[in-house]
Design a protein around this ligand. Structure first.
Ligand SMILES: *[C@@H]1O[C@H](CO)[C@@H](O)[C@H](O)[C@H]1NC(C)=O
Length: 245
């Protein structure tokens, strides 16, 4: 009987419990400053769980944005503004905003949070990696893909021209089958919902990602972050160039 305790260990490593209690979210919201005046920057929302929150690939992708000359023309958006891993990219003043929440499930985000987040910090581009915590908690691939669909629908309701990057999820040795199943479902999911106005592209963050690049069996170490940046960054830059010329 090792499986349950291993799953519990994975859930603990992934962070907190299912989703933050509603009152925690409310107090976070109340503590936030009033929304900044609308800017004319291109808005990019990094959406995810701890693999987006407590890692450095967001920072490395910002370096790619800066190197391409777009640092003053784009911004990361989201209710969070943090650098928990103390990432030190080349660009000292990188934009630390994001919408990623350690331990949270795609299903909970889809059902209870994404509408509010898209309303409070609308985006022109959303890039997301989600589903790892759902797999750890035994949710089916079908339910996870339904959550992706809802997230996509809410994003498009908020901005019919939103550009979407969906990440195939990095390996999770403790629950490999569920991760393999999501990653296998993503191409047909993305192709089925693709549209000219609101394109969806897939960042393969799984192929060739060695489990040795997981610092704790769940989260990428710096080498893993570099792999993620190399898979996500070029797709993001291509969207940025399409949008800004
Ligand atoms: C979605 O369509 C665009 C072209 O409009 C294409 O580049 C992209 O690969 C398509 N995505 C998927 C997942 O088929």
């Amino acid at each position: 009987m090792h499986a349950p305790s291993l799953l519990l260990a994975a859930a603990v490593m992934l962070g907190s419990s299912v989703a933050a209690p509603a009152d925690a979210v409310v107090s976070t919201h109340l503590a936030m400053p009033a929304p900044a005046a609308a800017s004319d920057k291109l808005r990019i929302m990094p959406l995810g769980d701890s693999i987006t929150e407590i890692t450095c690939w967001r920072a490395l992708v910002w370096d790619m944005i800066a190197e391409a000359g777009y640092a003053d023309k784009v911004e990361y958006v989201g209710s969070q503004d943090s650098n928990p891993q103390d990432c030190k990219p080349q660009t000292a003043n990188w934009d630390e905003h994001h919408e990623s929440h350690s331990g949270w499930l795609a299903i909970d985000i889809a059902n209870s949070y994404i509408t509010k987040w898209m309303a409070s910090t609308p985006a022109d581009i959303v890039m997301f990696m989600l589903g790892t915590n759902d797999v750890v908690r035994g949710h089916t691939t079908a339910d996870i893909m339904a959550a992706y669909t809802k997230i996509g629908a809410v994003a498009r309701a908020s901005n019919p021209k939103i550009k979407i990057i969906v990440d195939q999820v990095i390996p999770l040795p403790l629950s490999s089958a569920g991760i393999v199943a999501i990653n296998k479902a993503i191409p047909a999911w993305a192709a089925g919902l693709n549209s000219t106005d609101s394109p969806i592209v897939i960042a393969d963050c799984n192929t060739g990602f060695p489990t040795g690049d997981l610092r704790d069996g769940v989260h990428p170490n710096l080498d893993g972050d570099k792999i993620l940046a190399s898979r996500i960054g070029p797709l993001l830059l291509s969207y940025i160039k399409e949008s800004l010329g």
